[in-house]
Design a protein around this ligand. Structure first.
Ligand code: HEC
Ligand code: HEC
Ligand code: HEC
Ligand code: HEC
Ligand code: HEC
Ligand code: HEC
Ligand code: HEC
Ligand code: HEC
Length: 449
């Protein structure tokens, strides 16, 4: 958390010497061989101390760093980890090794000193703001329907949570934590290493679908499975090894460097005259994760400042790098019809059935997950309803139909059947004792509901 770094960084960048080279040690089996690092004189003595000692103490970290673009540009440990003496996250225990105050956390604000555009785009994205979104709309959180350990090992690993640190010692309930929307001690939101893992901070890694698939998977948001099933994913698996993943942003070219798009190509990378972005809401025309599909500007919890027609046009331009206009138009026509089909044929009528049960007090409103129909309704929109829409959006027919619309038909009938039985009996639905409740129901400071 160094505050005056940009100047010293620019000064360092004018030095063109090679920072460090790796030389395999002789006469040792490769798996355990310790590498030697030749540190160039252009690195300050302070910065060299970190590298010298950590090369022995944590060789994995120094090896990754020395492989990175940062090392090649003379960006050292110090540029990212030095802290102001008053920062809450200064590691006290580290003073036994070195006089320079260091902090473990390197927040988006720290990266923003050198990457202001990426940090600004990221800070307005749904990724960075997900804690506020969760506290606005999520019933697990607001109703305390799960407990702290379930949140720490589940939700917070993907979404992030508030990092608590006292005198350089982390609260273990809040660390490790590289969720996309973690709240840092300096007030900034998010973690850049969600997609660019330390200490390579590689652009190639973030461009591959695996970087996204660690969170975008499973029954409720199976984007990686959907991608694997699409022709794009099949071709990526067949020949992606030989594609060029390291080209500079803006110079990474459809048809030249890659033959089919990864998540990053469609959602983030610069493609032809569409600029790259770290705000993943760009290029979207729908909120296909919401119970009722709406336009991003109409998503009440976090209204986008985008115009859905302009964003759709951007997404279409990505396709046009490799497809004809008719192919592209046909695809989006199918998507928009699938959205209407889900909203009108499935979600609205089944929601009306369940709402009637609440009106008749056959279902109770105080605990959202303790009656069978409530769980059925939840999976109806949150699992199958999303899969039908995501499958249609991202070219995965098995998800659109077998994991999607087929399941909506089946579960929709079950919900209607159970509702009929309740109405006939006139008795309130059986309430189960929901296990594992009791999580905090007020948001952390700084997060508005
Ligand atoms: C003389 C050896 C030595 C020097 C010099 C040194 N470190 Fe460390 N550092 C360590 C050891 C040992 C640890 C503890 C590792 C552990 O917890 O297992 C550590 C931990 C860290 C951590 C994690 C913080 C924590 O509280 O666990 C960071 C970040 C770090 N060092 C960065 C730096 C930076 C930046 C420099 C240069 C300003 C530096 N180190 C200089 C030995 C050193
Ligand atoms: C480009 C910025 C950057 C540079 C350069 C950098 N680090 Fe880090 N380092 C990070 C980030 C980000 C994390 C993860 C912490 C977080 O999530 O905020 C981290 C984590 C660490 C940790 C804690 C790891 C753990 O698993 O507990 C240590 C130790 C560390 N760095 C040491 C070093 C050393 C030594 C160097 C130089 C060889 C270095 N770092 C260079 C950004 C950087
Ligand atoms: C002191 C300035 C500085 C800081 C702080 C810094 N970077 Fe960088 N970063 C650079 C420079 C300079 C380059 C370009 C290196 C080159 O390609 O020559 C770069 C390149 C990158 C790249 C592209 C790597 C590639 O494979 O092409 C990524 C990703 C990146 N940085 C992420 C981060 C993240 C994340 C942080 C914070 C954890 C961070 N940087 C902190 C200066 C910095
Ligand atoms: C495996 C990672 C992962 C876990 C675990 C996880 N989520 Fe998510 N969550 C996601 C992703 C990815 C999305 C984005 C879905 C989409 O837009 O397709 C999401 C979406 C959401 C949304 C919808 C946000 C919106 O904009 O509509 C809420 C609310 C939410 N999650 C809350 C939670 C809660 C609460 C938990 C724990 C009970 C949890 N999530 C567990 C990854 C995860
Ligand atoms: C959701 C995943 C994700 C997160 C989180 C993320 N990035 Fe990136 N980043 C990417 C992808 C994908 C690319 C490659 C885009 C392209 O192809 O041009 C990239 C490229 C970059 C580059 C190279 C672009 C350039 O102009 O040199 C930098 C620098 C960078 N990111 C910094 C950051 C910083 C700083 C943060 C945190 C504020 C961050 N990233 C967070 C996915 C991510
Ligand atoms: C560490 C977990 C994580 C990683 C890695 C991650 N995401 Fe996400 N992503 C989320 C969560 C959580 C949400 C839901 C945020 C919300 O709506 O509250 C989300 C939402 C999204 C959305 C929906 C945005 C909107 O406006 O509805 C898109 C698109 C997206 N991510 C794309 C990506 C791409 C592309 C990558 C990889 C380059 C990626 N994500 C990597 C966790 C992650
Ligand atoms: C061929 C381009 C393409 C690829 C590849 C792709 N997507 Fe998508 N994605 C789309 C389109 C198109 C939509 C729907 C856009 C709209 O709203 O009109 C979408 C929707 C989404 C959504 C739902 C956003 C919302 O809020 O409705 C998420 C999340 C997402 N994609 C993440 C990913 C991830 C993660 C990957 C990789 C595993 C990926 N996408 C691969 C084109 C793509
Ligand atoms: C980098 C080039 C590239 C981009 C960008 C691209 N595609 Fe493709 N796409 C391909 C290739 C190659 C195929 C395989 C064609 C074949 O079947 O011979 C393909 C196949 C498809 C298929 C056929 C799926 C099937 O199961 O038959 C659809 C639909 C499709 N793409 C839609 C899109 C849409 C929509 C976009 C933009 C959101 C897009 N593509 C972006 C290269 C691309």
């Amino acid at each position: 958390m160094k505050r005056n770094g940009w100047m010293s960084c620019s000064a360092i960048l004018t030095v063109t010497a090679i920072v460090c080279a790796q030389q395999p040690a002789e006469n040792k089996p490769p798996a355990v061989a310790l590498k030697e690092y030749r540190i160039d004189r252009s690195i300050t003595a302070d910065a060299r101390e970190c590298i010298d000692c950590h090369a022995k103490d944590s060789p994995g970290i120094v090896a990754d760093w020395s492989d990175s673009r940062h090392a090649h540009a003379n960006i050292t440990c110090l540029d990212c980890h030095t802290a102001g003496p008053a920062d809450a996250d200064v590691s006290q225990s580290h003073f036994q090794y070195d006089k320079t105050p260091v902090s473990t956390i390197v927040s988006p604000r720290d990266c923003s000193r050198c990457h202001p555009a990426e940090a600004a785009e990221y800070s307005r994205s749904k990724h960075a703001n997900t804690l506020a979104i969760m506290w606005k709309i999520d019933l697990w959180m607001n109703k305390g329907a799960n407990n702290a350990v379930e949140r720490v090992t589940g939700c917070y690993h993907c979404h992030g949570s508030t990092v608590k640190i006292n005198n350089g010692v982390f609260d273990p309930d809040t660390w490790p934590n590289v969720g996309v929307g973690r709240q840092n001690p300096d007030g900034s939101l998010g973690s850049c290493s969600s997609c660019h893992t330390r200490h390579k901070f590689s652009i190639a890694e973030s461009r591959k679908p695996e970087a996204c698939g660690q969170c975008h998977l499973g029954p409720d948001h199976p984007q990686i499975e959907i991608y694997e099933e699409s022709k794009h994913g099949a071709i990526y698996h067949a020949e992606g090894d030989s594609w060029k993943w390291t080209s500079a942003p803006g110079a990474w070219t459809a048809g030249v460097d890659y033959r089919t798009p990864s998540c990053s190509v469609c959602h983030m990378s610069a493609v032809r005259d569409i600029p790259g972005t770290h705000d993943v809401t760009e290029r979207l025309a729908w909120e296909t994760q919401a119970p009722l599909t709406v336009r991003p500007a109409d998503f009440a919890a976090f209204p986008a400042k985008t115009d859905h027609k302009a964003e759709r046009a951007k997404m279409e331009k990505v396709c046009l790098a490799c497809h004809s206009a008719a192919w592209t138009k046909g695809h989006f026509d199918h998507l928009d019809k699938a959205v209407a089909n889900y909203n009108e044929v499935y979600y609205k009528p089944i929601k009306a059935v369940v709402d009637l049960l609440y009106d008749k007090t056959l279902l109770s409103k105080d605990q959202p997950f303790d009656e069978e129909i409530e769980i059925e309704m939840y999976e109806f929109w949150h699992h199958e309803g999303r899969r039908a829409r995501f499958g249609a959006a991202m070219m995965a027919p098995d998800y659109a139909w077998w994991h999607g619309f087929y399941e909506l038909k089946k579960r929709g009938m079950m919900i209607e059947h159970m509702a009929d039985e309740l109405v006939e009996s006139g008795k309130p639905a059986k309430r189960f004792n929901l296990k594992g409740t009791g999580g905090e129901t007020t948001p952390p400071p700084g997060i508005q509901k």
